[in-house]
Design a protein around this ligand. Structure first.
Ligand SMILES: Cc1cc2nc3c(=O)[nH]c(=O)nc-3n(C[C@H](O)[C@H](O)[C@H](O)COP(=O)(O)OP(=O)(O)OC[C@H]3O[C@@H](n4cnc5c(N)ncnc54)[C@H](O)[C@@H]3O)c2cc1C
Length: 378
């Protein structure tokens, strides 16, 4: 067992940390305050090859491994959870299903521009009546001649308002799971529009929107995979997506830890830095240990994926542990900052609001426990 990063992984880490410090961190508070999508960061991440890290070079990506992708996502999340969520979504949710299930034509038309950062995507699975239970999807796609006609609404879709190409799951049959199919929809398609834009607690630099489909006609060539394969496409995409979310959580935990160490050395009470108090030291020690434990689970899941082994349970474990511990670490970071940590002057306030989402999307913590328990009991 080798716990060392390769030279290439270390190089990626240092390059992304430098980019995050110089370009992402200065915008983090502003995009949160103004609920603004950091389009300039998206463009720059595209230029650096970060939006298609997991896509082979022949399809416009950088062709790196999943461990490198996990490292890069964590480095961005260390300074800005919103931007990290956009990076994670671009790779795992937007590019991966087309890479895995797309035809050569679909890859050339949709994946190549997405992986090279010229276009952006989104992953439209959730509906009002279908959250954890995607078998409850009601959006329909009916084949009429050479076209599928899509009708229905999707809810809570990250980046649905900025996406050029949307991956959308709709019902082509009655069976809750085998009746689902996946489709690629271009944003200009008649019958597609963006509905409600959510106002959120955190990751306010990511747009979360409703997608509306009213007699939205797409060519039948835009079916992704086969009819009835939608459930499998969704679940396998989320397996990889959970590595990205775990990476976001590890990055936030690391950011909170570093800010807390620094603050505790600067803040003086009772005539000395608060870092002299054992109560603070123990918190810092726990935060550091928990962050490292989450990172090891993350790297293990990513390394299993890189080796082509099954990794569903490991990615669920990584997401479950990393997201729950990162929430605790962010709350502890605010505690260490005292009243100042509750103000917008300090980044830990934003991190505490941002971090909660990692326990919710791409499968709640309860759903991760379900996945893990199933693998134990099968
Ligand atoms: C900011 C944000 C961004 C999002 N981005 C996207 C996106 O890009 N694409 C997309 O498709 N979706 C997206 N979602 C949706 C997200 O994936 C869902 O909100 C999530 O899967 C939970 O579904 P739900 O909200 O309907 O909760 P519900 O499924 O209604 O769950 C409510 C509660 O019940 C629990 N529960 C449900 N079923 C079980 C069970 N069997 N056992 C035990 N407990 C259970 C849940 O864990 C939760 O605690 C996003 C959501 C948010 C908030």
């Amino acid at each position: 067992m080798d716990f060392q990063l390769t030279d290439e992984q270390r190089m990626i880490q240092s390059m992304v940390r430098d980019f995050a410090e110089k370009e992402v961190k200065p915008l983090a508070a502003e995009i949160d305050r103004e609920e603004r999508v950091p389009t300039e960061s998206i463009r720059k991440m595209g230029e650096l090859g970060l939006l298609g890290m997991i896509v082979p070079k022949e399809y416009g990506g950088s062709g790196t491994d999943y461990v490198s992708y996990a490292i890069a996502t964590s480095e961005i999340a260390r300074v800005c959870a919103s931007t990290a969520a956009l990076l994670s979504g671009a790779n795992s949710l937007n590019c991966w299903p087309i890479l895995e299930y797309g035809t050569e034509e679909q890859k050339q038309k949709y994946l190549v521009p997405m992986a090279s950062g010229r276009t952006y995507g989104c992953f439209g699975l959730t509906e009002a009546g279908a959250g954890s239970d995607i078998g409850g999807i009601r959006t329909k796609a009916e084949l009429e001649g050479d076209e599928y006609v899509i009708n229905g609404n999707k809810l809570f879709i990250t980046s649905g308002s900025i996406a050029d190409t949307l991956t959308v799951f709709a019902r082509t049959g009655e069976d809750p799971t085998r009746g689902l199919s996946a489709f690629l929809v271009e944003k200009e398609t008649e019958g597609f529009s963006v509905g409600k834009v959510e106002e959120k607690l955190g990751i306010r630099g990511t747009p979360t929107v409703e997608l509306i489909f009213e007699d939205c006609r797409i060519p039948k060539e835009n079916l992704l995979g086969e009819e009835g394969q939608g459930f499998k496409i969704a679940l396998s995409t989320l397996d990889g997506g959970r590595i990205g979310i775990a990476a976001c959580a590890v990055g936030v935990a690391q950011g909170c830890l570093e800010l807390s160490v620094q603050y505790s050395k600067e803040r003086e009470q009772f005539g000395q830095p608060i870092s002299n108090f054992q109560a603070i030291q123990w918190k810092l020690a726990d935060m550091a240990t928990q962050t490292e434990a989450a990172r090891l689970l993350l790297y293990r899941a990513a390394a299993k994926k890189d080796r082509g082994e099954r990794y569903t349970t490991e990615s669920s474990m990584a997401k479950l542990f990393a997201s729950e511990i990162a929430t605790k670490i962010a709350i502890d970071a605010v505690q260490i900052h005292g009243g100042y940590g509750y103000t917008k002057e300090y980044a830990v306030e934003r991190f505490m609001r941002d971090v909660k989402i990692f326990e919710l999307f791409e499968g709640t913590s309860e759903i991760q426990r379900l996945v893990i328990a199933r693998s134990l009991l099968k």
